[in-house]
Design a binder for this molecule. Structure first.
Ligand code: UDP
Ligand code: MG
Length: 328
């Protein structure tokens, strides 16, 4: 295999293009406030810029809002054909983005756009990926925090890939990082894992997430659980190994028990105990069998999904163009 190299490009603000990718699902009210704020921040940088709003199948007035905004240079709108989920929406966004640096931020104003200049200065200093780490999770419920903790400790065992906890999709990436991400072919896009997998020179900066302005989180507890499972399955194989280990341990135990029965019979002429033992053991092992099949099944389902090779998302329409300053 030959290594793919990307041509060096400028990190001089006046000559570079900054892209902001905003996945949005029913965020009409929030977008109306976010876009002016983003515009103000971007105008101050003096760079060329674009804001790519990816409409993940919204059923509110997002399309109307965006067809007005895309009249101004700098605002772009990519509408997906249905709701594909946040991770495909982000992929659609970074695929559409043309910038030398790409910022990803939520539409719900939890990610303050005012952090951009700080991120850009780190990028100019040579950092390839600047990710924002939440200073606290006080805004989240106890259950969600506990689940997150458990998830990250389970994930930690994945080989060689260190996924930093408390970091989300809010990050600024150099073009080389974006190109690397786009080369990853998998359809199960556990983005936090992929960001870590591609490597590069990364740096964290702290931020305090604002409260979601309008509407509720688009992720229910069940969706989060499903995402966590998918993430674990795509980045770890320990559940499979756990199943083998369990099988091994159970075999040893049953061998020991068998030996015990034989010895007991030979030494004490004890008749072997009757059906309660048999029923209990049978049920116990059927349970373990089914569970193991389930774990293997999860991986097979993952493989099936990848093998189908369907596109990650379908674009219905895309509007608007980037803003170019006079210096470039
Ligand atoms: N989002 C999306 N598609 C979805 C769900 C969410 O594009 O199917 C977007 C949503 O509009 C928001 C971002 O992803 O801009 C984060 O979603 P949310 O605020 O609901 O998640 P949380 O902050 O609770 O993690
Ligand atoms: Mg949010």
């Amino acid at each position: 295999m030959t290594a793919q190299t990307t041509a060096p490009h400028t990190r001089e603000l006046a000559q570079s293009m900054i892209s902001c990718v905003v996945p949005a699902y029913n965020e009409h009210d929030n977008l109306g406030l976010l876009l002016p704020r983003l515009q103000a921040v971007l105008a101050q940088t003096g760079a060329n810029w674009e804001v790519v709003v990816v409409d993940d199948g919204s059923r509110d007035a997002t399309a109307t809002l965006m067809s007005a905004w895309t009249q101004n240079p700098g605002f772009r709108y990519v509408q997906l054909s249905r709701n594909f989920g946040k991770e495909p929406a982000i992929t659609a966004g970074i695929e559409a983005a043309v910038g030398d640096a790409v910022l990803i931020l939520d539409a719900d104003l939890q990610h303050p756009p005012e952090l951009l200049p700080k991120m850009l200065s780190r990028w100019q200093a040579g950092v390839d990926m600047v990710f924002a780490v939440r200073e606290n999770r006080d805004d989240e419920s106890f259950g969600k925090r506990l689940g997150t903790k458990l998830f990250y400790s389970l994930l930690r065992s994945s080989r060689g890939v260190e996924v930093p906890p408390h970091a989300g999709d809010f990050r600024l990436m150099d073009r080389t990082v974006v190109d690397a991400l786009l080369r990853l072919p998998e359809r199960n896009r556990f983005m936090k894992g992929l960001y870590a997998w591609v490597g590069f020179n990364t740096e964290a900066i702290q931020y305090v997430p604002d409260a979601r302005l309008h509407g509720d989180s688009r992720f229910s507890a069940l969706t989060l659980l499903r995402l966590a499972m998918a993430g674990l399955m795509s980045f770890t194989t320990w559940p499979l190994r756990l199943v083998s280990l369990l099988g091994f341990l159970v075999s040893i135990c049953s061998f020991g028990y068998g030996l015990f029965i034989v010895i007991e019979y030979l030494l004490y002429k004890n008749p072997v105990d009757g059906w309660p033992t048999i029923v209990t053991i049978l049920l116990f092992f059927s349970g373990i069998n089914l569970m193991s099949l389930g774990v293997v099944g999860e991986y097979i389902a993952g493989i099936f999904d990848e093998v189908k090779g369907r596109p990650l998302y379908i674009v219905r329409q895309s509007l608007g163009k980037p803003f170019k300053n006079s210096k470039s």
